[in-house]
Structures are given as C-alpha cells and as structure tokens.
Design a protein around this ligand. Structure first.
Ligand code: ZN
Length: 417
C-alpha cells in the first residue's frame, strides 16, 4: 500500500508530520524526512481523529424528511416499516453511498450500521472507502415462522462477510427486545458470542418501551434481556435513554456499551435525560451516534457532539459535566473501544483514520481554543481532508463520485414513496 506523509499539521497544539504506511500511523514527529508516494501540506490545518458514528441506519438517507413531527411507534409502524418493505438492493446501494459521502464530508471515518440488504450496503461502503461494522438485522415481530429463515440468512451473511475487506466487519443486529422474540434474541446472542461478533441492539429508547416491558415481563428492557442471559461486553446498546440505577449496574457488570443518539431522541421526543454521569461513574463505555437520517435527518457527528454537550449541561445545570476533550473522546476513541478497533486516536500504531480541519475561516477566528471552535463555533464544512485506512477519501472537500451519487438518489428515491 502506498505511503502517505502529512507535513506541518497541528496535532494536540503542536506542529507535527504524520507518516502513514499500510493503513497505519507509523511515525508522528516534529520533522520527518521520509519518502512517501504522496505528501499533503497540512499548513493551517489541525488533525483530529475520524469520528466513529456508533449508531446509524445508513441507507435511511433515502428517507430524509419522510415522516416528520410524529412519535417513534407511529413513525416506525406507519411510515418506516411500510417504506422499507419497498427497498431494493439498488436503493440500499445508492442510499448507503449517499450516507458515505455525507459522513466523509463531516469527518466520520467509521460507522456502526444496522440495516437491510447487507451485500448492497457493504459493497457501497467498500467502494467509498469508509470503515464500518454492518449487522445482519434480526426482526421477527414475534413471528415464530420466520425463525428458520432468519437463522439461515444470518449464517449465510456471516459466511459471506468473510470475503469483505478488513475495513468492514460483521455483527449481529437485534432490532429491539419489543420487536424480537426471546428465542431469537437468545439465538442471536449465542451466534455472536460463539464467533466473537458484536450485537447491535436498541434498548430503552422510549419511556413507553420501558412501561410495556414492565407490564409484559415485570422487568425493564435491560433486566429482561439480562434474564435471557444475552447481555455481555459484545452488546452495543443504542439509546439506553431510560435506564434506571439497577439497569446501569447491569450494564457495568456485563460490560454493555451504551450509545447516545441525542438528535434522534430530541426530534422524536423520546427523551433527553441520557444518564451520562451515572453511566460514566459506573465504568460503562459511552459513545455517540446519529441514528438514521429518517429520524435525525443528518449524519453529522460535530452537530451530535454539540447537542450532546448542550443538553447535558442544561439538564444537569452544570457547565462542567461535559468537558471538550471528553466530548471528543465520546465521538472517537470510545467508539473504537466499543468496537474493539484501534481507531479514534491519532497515535503511532493506530489505524490511519483521521481528518484535517481547515481553520482559515470566521468560525476559527480567533483560534484561542481550537476544540471549542470546532465543536461550538464551526460546522462540518470545516472538514477539509479525510483519511481512512491510510487512503485519502476527501481533499479540499471533494469526494469522488459525489455528483453521480446525488443524481442517482434523486432519480431513485421516488420508488419508496
Ligand atoms: Zn436506530
């Protein structure tokens, strides 16, 4: 793989050269005189780790704006699921490509996805050069007649995933404890555990979900899942918004990772009191996601970080609750930790997934505090260059194929309406 050298970039407030080989950050130093196939002039730019979007449904870019101003259950049952029944491989392929363009342009280099038509989604991601974890989604709506099909498909997709590049890995998706039968949840968790795969699941997204779970099982969704024996360090719990003290204790004990998706939660009015402080104090790894574009409308992790911090500060009436460095870690390093990947940090030995931020703009003037400007002042148009797996996916905000992708989605999305 060709070597890449970034010269004179600002990294943690110091001027550095970064040398990348075989997709990894090999050397970071004040001045490097090394041969490289490509040299990027980093003057005026700051290097930050690529964002890790820990919860999304990428091809939902196709449904941006489709169901506005309604509640989660109404939205799912009356808008999303009927629309998704019309998805084809072609639609998912182009929708995922559009999502990749959007993520690249906003500095995301890795995403943890849960969506349909897996082979189409993965080939789009492979072509766009992003890193991803793609799950085969189990959603049986308590219908036992679906289980043998789902099991066979999951197995088949897992085998198929062995042909993916090292950038894209397989996980098992369990839609939610209210939409998947206990037998299938247990089967999915067992399948994942045996093969060392993550399990990507929605837990306690709404208060109604908790109330229904208590009515049905006498247990919160977390305690119900724990009673099935399916929670473990491989569990990636999207939302986790309505967790009580006991749920948090279980998360910590089992090593469950929590993923906060504030913009989606706010917009569908699922809630906003994500118990970051308690989860952190219990030792739970917390990361951030955008959720799909049909609920949060974009895949912008900078916006996600800003909203996360503002809501936490306001709700807790405490401006110290979410310091800038910690906030950046939620969007980068903690995603890497949750997925068990050496990403989210610009450090020798880590995978070369990072962005260069252009600070020559009003948003960064004066540049007293780069991180504050980045998160609270700028928007993602400050992302100039994106490198993933040592390859340049964007330079000067140009992403290859962007126009064609926009045109194709504009042509195809009508099939869903
Ligand atoms: Zn979701």
């Amino acid at each position: 793989m060709p070597a890449l050298l970034i010269k004179n970039v600002i990294l943690n407030n110091e001027r550095k050269d970064i040398y990348i080989k075989d997709g990894r950050i090999e050397t970071i130093s004040g001045k490097l005189e090394l041969e490289a196939d490509r040299v990027i002039d980093g003057r005026g730019k700051y290097a930050i780790p690529g964002f890790v979007n820990m919860h999304t449904h990428a091809a939902m870019t196709l449904m941006r704006g489709i169901g506005e101003d309604i509640s989660l259950m109404d939205w799912l049952q009356n808008i999303i699921w009927p629309t998704e029944a019309k998805l084809t491989d072609e639609l998912v392929y182009w929708g995922t490509k559009l999502a990749c363009v959007e993520m690249i342009k906003s500095g995301t280099t890795c995403f943890n996805d849960q969506y349909w038509n897996l082979p189409a989604a993965v080939s789009a991601t492979e072509e766009m050069g992003l890193r991803s974890v793609h799950s085969y989604v189990i959603l049986d709506l308590m219908d036992k007649s679906k289980s043998s099909f789902l099991k066979e498909e999951c197995e088949r997709m897992y085998e198929f995933s062995k042909g993916w590049s090292s950038r894209n890995t397989f996980s098992v998706g369990v839609h939610a404890p209210y939409s998947v039968s206990p037998e299938m949840i247990q089967w999915a968790a067992g399948f994942a555990r045996k093969r060392g795969l993550p399990v990507h699941i929605h837990i306690s997204e709404t208060e109604a979900e908790n109330k229904d779970s208590i009515k049905m099982h006498g247990l919160t969704p977390t305690k119900y899942l724990d009673s099935l024996g399916v929670l473990g360090p491989e569990t990636l719990s999207a939302h986790s918004l309505w967790v009580d003290d006991e749920d948090i204790r279980i998360f910590a004990e089992r090593g469950v990772k929590a993923i906060h998706n504030i913009n989606s939660n706010l917009k569908i009015a699922s809630g906003y009191r994500f118990r970051y402080k308690e989860l952190k104090e219990a030792g739970v790894v917390v990361s951030l996601g955008t959720d799909g574009c049909a609920s949060s409308n974009n895949l912008d992790m900078l916006e996600t970080m800003k909203t996360t911090a503002l809501v936490q500060k306001a709700w807790r009436e405490d401006p110290t609750i979410m310091p800038l460095d910690e906030l950046l870690s939620l969007a980068t390093e903690n995603g890497g930790k949750s997925l068990g990947l050496p990403i989210g940090v610009i450090k020798e030995g880590y995978l070369a997934d990072f962005s260069l931020i252009d600070t020559e703009s009003v948003a960064f003037t004066p540049n007293i505090n780069f991180m504050a400007n980045l998160i609270y002042s700028a928007n993602s148009s400050c992302v100039d260059t994106v490198i993933c797996d040592g390859k340049v996916l964007m330079e000067n905000r140009m992403v290859e194929g962007e126009q064609e992708i926009i045109q194709m989605v504009n042509k195809l999305y009508k099939q869903l309406l």
